[in-house]
Write a protein that binds this ligand. Structure first.
Ligand code: ADP
Ligand code: ZN
Ligand code: ZN
Length: 749
């Protein structure tokens, strides 16, 4: 038997993903005598005449004929691999599921600043008093070398007996310190300086709140799961203001006590200083470091935070989507806050879903996972229904406040009011004026996801939809046709509304700037601030605006979706939604769900203080299920209705939908390539996979490239991924043609 194993070839080569060279992977020999090289190790390697760094993705057997010619690794950078065995498994699984090279996932796990060598940790010099010479001796030193004596005295008076060189006079003080070091009185050390993204802010420690009954029950259930190492996901459905964050904080404390780590994922935009401060404050007095990972941080900060987590120094990591790959040690609990949020889906390669990969990571690591939201995704609710996930509920606001009253305004009748200002109905205008008089604050939401290219009738609210999918058709100017982006159905553009015969039917849309103008004319003395992608692109602009709003230096905040999430403003008593329908007319199977979530979330912003809040929703389709259920804060009712519809239409979560897109600077090439691929796919796709005919993408041209797409639908995502990626490889379409496959697509543009 033993002989067999002796013949087993040794793993003598490492396949290395090189840093900085677009997904270049090369094999290197592992030199004898090098410390064990593992999957996930960081290594230095020769490349042509230079040297570069990379990550080992697998250990392999060199090819017999190449084996001798492989260049050897030059150095193992760290003894502990940068990517753990579990994260490697996660990367490999995701690579297969999303049909992307594993290299793209490794790049997410070892982020850019960590890959780049020049962000070595910064150090500073610190001088430590090792022996106090006594007063007599000090006087003697003072006579000869007064600066040395001054340094000794200063260190002697310091509580810690150690001070940074900078405080002792900077580099001019280095020579006298060296002299003291020679006499054995002090020691000079290099100390790593941690670049903390929270800068010099200090966080006042906060104490755990006395939980109410619902919170206590939720905490007990989560703690019990953590104790057992139960990885079955827990959906925490709690209305806005029910105190979910307090539950997260206490659950995190519980897990830390067991010596395990916690990962907290939040939507991109809600990683406000407010969220960060709540976690920093709660753990301010413990020796646990809370690490923040955020794309807005400097490279140096990201480098330091990543290493603090990797070393196990920081045991809580907080960040958006990509933080799911954070190297938290001994992971015990993952929390995905606002788990329904669309920002968890990455919209460029690799197109993974952060929540879904978090669930998988919890499973691989034996960690528990909580998916929290006031309006859980239908995917998660469905998983509760079929028993894959557990559910906890918190139905009451922690501060005892009532949920705000929501009024739905039918803009079809409002439009007949001559005082009407188009986008701003007279009733909403009066409500704003009343708040201004009382010195209360207003949030106005302009719903604008991408751009609406659907046809809607302003007289009856009718939206022209697909006969087969009941989703709005999208207008294509190039063909002057309406196309369904799920099934490919095409229709002519009607001259009159098919419902009421009105000739007013048109493509309509308002921008925030246009609305801002209307509001300024209407309320000339109000302090009004617009927040949209343009404004938010400026560094710290969003943070400053939100701080001003909280301090009541702004009366009316006008913004897009980004102001609807996780923000807590006690002074707001009125929330107005200017155009609730726009989201509904998107060619997207989740359009109704998103509208429901948006309206419910934004309503949660009203009336958090002592005064009851009011919500006014302007809409052309007042009877739409999403709007009516949101008005009643009825998440269960909405989920039931919508799931039934999705089942009938074979939409997610009952199926997986993928979008196959081709881009090319040459239109005929894009068209030809997608048609060729489509014909091949028709031949090879399993029976149960549906594929639509090719069509121009809703955004038919972007960045000088023409875009065409097909939509695929199947019970099995793997069936789509495997067949499509194989055919794309075999098609070998050339450099001018780029195919992308978006599994579990959230965007159909
Ligand atoms: P959610 O995250 O569910 O929207 P938050 O955690 O932001 O809710 O809590 C809403 C408000 O209620 C916060 O101001 C919070 O400090 C307060 N709160 C939470 N739990 C309690 C509690 N047990 N007792 C008193 N106030 C609480
Ligand atoms: Zn009509
Ligand atoms: Zn259709």
């Amino acid at each position: 038997m033993q002989g067999l194993f002796q013949d087993e070839p040794q793993q003598t080569a490492a396949r290395v993903l090189l840093d900085g060279f677009n997904d270049m992977v090369l094999d290197y020999a592992i030199p004898a005598g090098m410390a064990p090289v593992m999957r996930g190790s960081r290594v230095e390697v020769p490349l042509r005449n230079r040297s570069t760094t990379g990550t080992v993705i697998t250990l392999t057997q060199p090819d017999a004929q190449w084996g001798d010619r492989l260049k050897p690794l030059s150095r193992l950078i760290d003894d502990t691999p940068a990517v753990s065995e579990k994260l490697m498994d996660l990367a490999e699984w995701a690579s297969r599921y999303y049909a992307v090279p594993v290299e793209q996932l490794i790049r997410c796990i070892v982020p850019e600043p960590v890959r780049r060598e020049r962000h070595e940790e910064k150090t500073r010099k610190v001088v430590v008093l090792t022996q106090w010479p006594g007063d007599d001796e000090l006087n003697k030193i003072n006579a000869r070398a007064p600066r040395q004596a001054a340094i000794l005295r200063y260190l002697h008076n310091s509580d810690t007996k150690r001070e940074p060189l900078a405080d002792l006079g900077g580099s001019p003080a280095l020579a006298p310190c060296r002299a003291l070091e020679k006499r054995g009185l002090v020691r000079i050390e290099d100390e790593a300086v941690h670049r903390d993204p929270a800068g010099n802010e200090t966080f006042a420690p906060s104490q755990p709140l006395q939980l109410n009954e619902e919170q206590e029950r939720a905490l007990q259930a989560i703690s019990a799961a953590c104790d057992k190492g139960d990885t079955k996901p827990i959906v925490l459905q709690g209305v806005t203001g029910s105190g979910k964050t307090e539950v997260y904080l206490q659950a995190a404390a519980h897990v830390l006590k067991q010596g395990r780590g916690v990962l907290i994922l939040v939507p991109e935009i809600s990683l406000t200083p407010q969220t960060m401060a709540r976690f920093k404050s709660r753990f301010a007095e413990s020796d646990t470091q809370v690490a923040i990972l955020h794309s807005a941080m400097s490279d140096g900060e990201r480098f330091d935070e990543w290493h603090a987590i990797h070393r196990g120094q920081a045991r809580i990591a907080i960040g958006p989507r990509s933080a799911l790959f954070a190297p938290v040690q001994k992971l015990g609990l993952i929390i995905v806050d606002e788990e329904h949020d669309a920002s968890y889906k990455q919209e460029n390669a690799p197109r993974y879903h952060g929540r879904d990969l978090a669930v998988l990571r919890a499973h691989l690591e034996g960690a528990s996972i909580v998916l929290g939201s006031a309006t859980p995704s239908l995917e998660s609710l469905y998983n509760v229904q079929i028993g894959k996930y557990n559910m906890l509920r918190m139905d009451r606001r922690a501060d005892g406040q009532r949920l705000p009253l929501t009024r739905v305004l039918d803009m079809r009748t409002e439009a007949k009011d001559k005082r009407n200002l188009g986008i701003l109905s007279e009733r909403l205008r009066m409500a704003i004026e009343e708040r201004l008089k009382k010195g209360e604050q207003t949030i106005l939401l302009l719903n604008r996801r991408g751009f609406a290219r659907a046809l809607q009738c302003p007289d009856c609210g009718h939206v022209v939809s697909c006969e087969h999918c009941s989703l709005p058709l999208t207008y294509h100017a190039t063909e002057n046709r309406l196309i369904c982006h799920i099934c490919g159905y095409r229709a002519a553009v009607p001259r009159k509304c098919p419902e009421c015969g009105s000739a007013n039917i048109l493509l309509e849309g308002y921008g925030t700037q246009k609305v801002e103008k209307v509001l300024r004319n209407c309320f000339p003395s109000a302090r009004l601030q617009r927040v949209d992608a343009d404004v938010a692109a400026r560094k710290n602009a969003l943070r400053d605006i939100l701080a001003d709003f909280r301090a009541h230096r702004i009366d009316i905040l006008l913004g897009t979706q980004m102001i609807s999430k996780g923000l807590d403003f006690p002074g707001v008593t009125l929330v107005g939604v200017l155009n609730a329908d726009i989201g509904l007319s998107m060619p997207d199977p989740r359009a109704a769900e998103r509208t429901f979530q948006l309206l419910t979330q934004v309503a949660g912003r009203a009336g958090r203080g002592d005064i009851d809040g009011e919500v006014i929703v302007q809409t052309y389709t007042p009877h739409a299920a999403a709007i009516q259920y949101a008005r009643r804060h009825d998440t269960d009712g909405f989920a039931e209705t919508e799931l039934e519809l999705r089942r009938e239409l074979e939409f997610p979560p009952y199926t997986h939908i993928a979008v196959l897109t081709v881009r090319s600077p040459k239109e005929d090439l894009a068209d030809f390539s997608i048609n060729t691929l489509y014909k091949r796919l028709l031949q090879v796709l399993p029976q149960q996979v549906f594929i639509s005919e090719p069509m121009p993408a809703p955004i038919a041209k972007a960045y000088g490239q023409f875009r065409y797409q097909c939509t695929l639908k199947s019970q099995s995502a793997r069936a789509i991924a495997d067949a499509v990626s194989r055919e794309i490889r075999q098609l070998n379409a050339g450099e001018d043609v780029i195919f992308t496959l978006d599994i579990d697509a959230y965007s159909f543009m």
